[in-house]
Design a protein around this ligand. Structure first.
Ligand code: 8GT
Ligand code: MG
Length: 314
């Protein structure tokens, strides 16, 4: 097995919300493809130190603050890379191609129009996902449920998992259609906690598979233009989710929860270790709230998912 190249690279965002990309010179490995500026760690460097040096050397900016975004282990035919991707939204200086390479600021929506190395796929997915993910909770009746959803959307929620196990299929579909109307108006995305076939009946944005359903499939059960979210509690389930090419996972319970009494919590250390080799954006779930988002991201997670934290308690 060849040695793994450890690379630090950054998603640099400017005040307009645009992201900096650079074109690899035609003559180097993966030449002509676009990339996030960065490079290999020198033997004496930490990832953060390498990041600061590379951004100075390649695009002439000085990093003011950087937070970990995602770590990706990828095997190219001729080498293994570990991409240590950081998010940089405070920096000094004007970015330019210091090594003569083309650089561009592009809006996150436009990123998919550029060709990136294969290893970058999870970064592009992660950039399209928010740092908090609502799982819907209880309500007295459907009107109450819809008004809670509306309130959550008004508070800035942009990713919703509709979890309504008490409804039969016809009721679920009817409510999902109403929910979809609200999420569309709010520019948010709606995932159904249901079996994937339901996507043919409700034009939602994707499916969330319970950990039990995960084992039913040997390949991705939803089309590539829809989102697949998977519930995981252990390494085996994380591996299945990666094999199914999930767009995101929830990993739980990170802390003890009232909804699952007696289930032992993983704790943050375990959360971080379990997602270390996972190239799928992972949300920490279980007993967490908005205040934990920073911590989850700092440990390499995408953010926090939750019912209690994000579902209005009227
Ligand atoms: N910088 C960067 N490297 C990436 C990305 N995606 C990706 O697969 N890589 C791979 O990670 C490695 C990074 O090496 P690099 O060529 O940038 O290294 P470097 O800046 O230290 O270059 P040097 O060897 O000329 O000093 C390459 O094999 C590259 O293909 C990305 O988005 N940014
Ligand atoms: Mg480089």
């Amino acid at each position: 097995m060849p040695k793994t190249l450890h690379v630090a690279a950054a998603v640099v965002t400017n005040d307009q919300g645009n992201v900096l990309i650079a074109r690899r010179p035609a003559t180097v490995d993966q030449g002509g493809l676009w990339e996030f500026p960065g490079g290999k760690l020198a033997p004496y460097e930490t990832a953060r130190q390498a990041l600061v040096r590379e951004l100075h050397e390649e695009v002439g900016i000085e990093v003011v603050s950087a937070t970990p975004l995602i770590r990706i282990h990828h095997q190219y035919p001729e080498k293994n890379v570990l991409l240590d991707i950081w998010s940089v939204d405070q920096f000094d200086g004007e970015a330019y191609g210091k090594e003569g390479q083309a650089v561009r600021w592009v809006s996150p929506d436009e990123l998919s129009q550029y060709s990136f190395p294969e290893a970058n796929k999870p970064i592009l997915k992660a950039l399209g996902l928010p740092d908090h993910y609502l799982v819907t909770g209880d309500a007295d009746n459907e009107d109450d449920w819809l008004s809670k959803l509306q309130k959550a959307l008004e508070s800035g929620i942009s990713l919703v998992q509709m979890r309504c196990h008490e409804l039969d299929e016809a009721e679920f579909i009817a409510r999902a259609e109403k929910a979809l109307k609200l999420t569309r108006e709010a520019n948010a995305r709606l995932l159904l906690n249901a079996e994937p076939g339901l996507l043919d009946k409700v034009g939602a944005d994707g499916i969330h598979l319970t950990s039990e359903r995960l084992s039913y499939y040997s390949q991705r059960p939803v089309p590539s233009d829809k989102l697949l979210s998977c519930a995981c509690h252990n390494i085996a389930e994380l591996n299945i989710s990666a094999a199914l090419q999930a767009d995101m996972v929830t990993l739980s319970p990170v802390e003890p929860t009232a909804s699952h009494p007696g289930v032992e919590a993983l704790g943050w250390q375990k959360f971080s270790e379990m997602i270390e080799k996972l190239s799928v954006p992972a949300y920490a779930l279980g007993g967490l709230g908005r205040a934990d988002i920073r911590r989850a991201r700092g440990l390499g997670g995408q953010g926090v998912a939750g019912i209690r934290a994000f579902w209005p308690q009227l």
